[in-house]
Design a protein. Structure first.
Length: 130
């Protein structure tokens, strides 16, 4: 195993900070959804075909949520453009195939945007599956 040089150490530090921020954003989004009376079914649902940050349910509504965090609210448009819809749709189909009891639910794809010192912005039905 080769020793880490300063560039590798810097990259590793940045990666750890990004992972921490991502987990923090997802935890805030989970709290936000719970306040809206959603039950959280899965968090960080990883599949061979993609990943979904949060899967939640309220009544007959099943939502697949992508969480995006930026340094300011001005980054909201950029964050929405960064959502990989195909990956989320593939992962949602995988989830439904593994959980056929959920197939009769109303499905929705949402995005929750977070920025420091700002209330979370919940984009309901941010995109649709074809």
């Amino acid at each position: 195993m080769r020793p880490l040089n300063s560039n590798n150490k810097l990259a590793a530090t940045r990666r750890k900070k990004a992972q921490f921020r991502g987990r923090l954003a997802e935890n805030i989004a989970v709290f936000f959804l719970r306040v809206k009376l959603f039950s959280i079914l899965k968090k960080n649902f990883k599949t061979p075909v993609g990943e979904i940050d949060i899967i939640a349910k309220r009544g007959d509504l099943l939502i697949f949520v992508e969480v995006k965090m930026r340094n300011s609210k001005q980054g909201m448009a950029q964050a929405l453009e960064a959502v990989n819809q195909d990956r989320i749709i593939r992962a949602a189909k995988y989830f439904l195939a593994c959980n056929p009891q959920m197939a009769d639910k109303n499905l929705r794809f949402d995005v929750i945007f977070l920025a420091p010192f700002a209330f979370p912005v919940h984009f309901k039905g941010a995109f649709v599956a074809d």
